[in-house]
Ligand binder design. Structure first.
Ligand code: FAD
Ligand code: GLY
Length: 401
């Protein structure tokens, strides 16, 4: 590679013989590209396991999609036809969340507000009701824990719901967490475990020698590593990973807003999915309303139409919110892959591992992603639940003869 590059800390790189995952007699030195929740959690766990870890973020950690998200852990409410394999991964991660949250809170000494009231998905019109019955049939066929509620029962559980609520599905295992607190806690935990965090340090490309990735390059400086983890969210395609093929990851814009409730008298305690909007009540009284889903690249514009649709749809389900103060609006970028599923595990090039493409479920998928990537790097073992999500699924197929 370019001879004009300076080299950072290469003397301390493990020099023992290594296998394909970069494992040697000592723990591998790891570079993590991207400091959203995914990169931070991997850095935390690897550093805690004894790896020298350097995490690089183009800006400040935790300010990408991990800041923008609603924090829903909604494997059941968001179940889609044809996504059975992804559902298994989502459910596996959902089950890991209570332990993950407890471990993180202990490591960081701060809370992450995992709330376990569950999620209500409501219908307001006859058309909504028939769609909801269809969703309920799908969820039931998939063996998911769901409960059908009549309108009166839904309003008994959430008294501020609109009187016209015609029916609801309760998904009691679909919890929520404050994703901003998770990102902040992960940063503390990663630093506490000994990871080094380099903010304001965009990685332009990986460094390759003799056919394997040997680290990353930022502003002309090499940072050597035995294993490089690409976890740059919606920006993952912007890192030159040649000779690996560019990843099919693109930004999917979401507009969101927050209103302020009285935390002592909140309008809502469950996560609420209404037609055209979801509402997520936080312990501090914030009511998150989301989200648009737009194919507009990295367009950061908040639009009148986007916010109007969110507010109108949220208001139809929870009319009392019209009295609340608007406290924040924002845009975030989901890292969407070609098939809307994450890209996890080894690349076609030695020394490069992927943890990206989490699309709408990166907060939900955080614990399982962390476990999968850590065991891949430390043990060379791909968890079977994650095997269908390898990047190799996008490799061009040989033409039929
Ligand atoms: P990010 O958090 O985006 O982090 C990527 C990081 O990489 C950034 O900090 C960025 O600065 C850094 N970076 C970029 N380029 C470089 C570079 N060249 N070098 C170094 N660093 C770089 N998921 C759920 O599970 N539940 C939800 O309720 C939910 N709601 C959502 C609502 C919205 C509006 C959006 C946008 C997303 C939502 N998601 C939700 C999805 C979830 O937020 C993402 O899947 C998840 O945060 C992805 O995490 P990440 O760490 O991969 O990416
Ligand atoms: N999972 C919610 C969203 O992506 O908007």
């Amino acid at each position: 590679m370019s001879a004009s590059l300076s080299t950072f800390d290469s003397s301390s790189v493990a020099s023992e013989s290594r296998d394909a995952a970069g494992r040697g007699g000592s723990r591998p030195r790891v570079a993590v590209v991207g400091g959203g929740v995914i990169g931070l959690a991997i850095a935390w766990r690897l550093a805690a396991a004894g790896c020298p870890v350097d995490l690089f973020d183009a800006g400040e950690t935790g300010q990408g999609a991990s800041h923008a998200a609603a924090g829903m852990l909604a494997a059941c409410a968001e179940a889609e036809p044809g996504e059975d394999v992804l559902l298994q991964l989502n459910r596996a991660s959902q089950a890991l969340w209570p332990r993950f949250a407890a471990d993180l809170e202990q490591a960081a000494g701060t809370g992450v507000d995992l709330r376990t009231e569950g999620t209500l998905t409501v219908a307001l019109t006859a058309d909504d009701l028939s769609r909801l019955r269809h969703l309920h049939a799908l969820q039931t066929a998939l063996g998911l824990p769901v409960e059908w509620l009549g309108g009166a029962e839904a309003r008994r559980r959430e008294p501020y719901l609109a009187a016209k609520v015609a029916g609801a599905i309760l998904t009691p295992e679909d919890h929520q967490v404050d994703n901003r607190k998770v990102a902040a806690a992960l940063r503390i935990a990663a630093l506490g475990a000994g990871a080094r965090i380099h903010e304001g340090t965009p990685i332009s490309r990986v460094e390759t020698q003799a056919g394997r990735v040997t680290g990353v390059v930022a502003a002309g400086t090499r940072h050597a590593a035995d294993v490089t983890v690409l976890a740059a969210g919606a920006w993952s395609r912007g890192v030159d990973i040649a000779p690996a093929a560019p990843l099919p990851v693109r930004p999917i814009k979401g507009q969101m807003m927050a209103l302020q409730m009285d935390p002592a008298a909140p309008l809502l305690s469950h996560v609420l999915w209404a037609p055209g909007a979801y509402l997520v009540p936080r312990r501090d009284g914030r009511l998150i309303i989301g989200a648009t889903t737009e194919e507009k690249g990295f367009d950061t514009a908040l639009t009148a139409g986007g916010l109007l649709a969110l507010l109108t749809n949220a208001w139809r389900a929870l009319p009392g919110l019209e009295e609340l103060a608007v406290i924040e609006q924002w845009v975030g970028f989901r890292p969407g892959s070609r098939d809307d599923a994450p890209i996890l595990g080894p690349s076609e090039v030695e020394g490069l591992v992927y943890a990206t493409g989490h699309h709408r479920n990166g907060i939900l998928l955080l614990p399982v992603t962390t476990d999968v990537i850590v065991s891949q790097i430390l043990e060379g073992r791909m968890d079977p639940v994650a095997a269908p999500f390898a990047a190799s699924r996008f490799a061009p197929r040989a033409a039929a003869e």
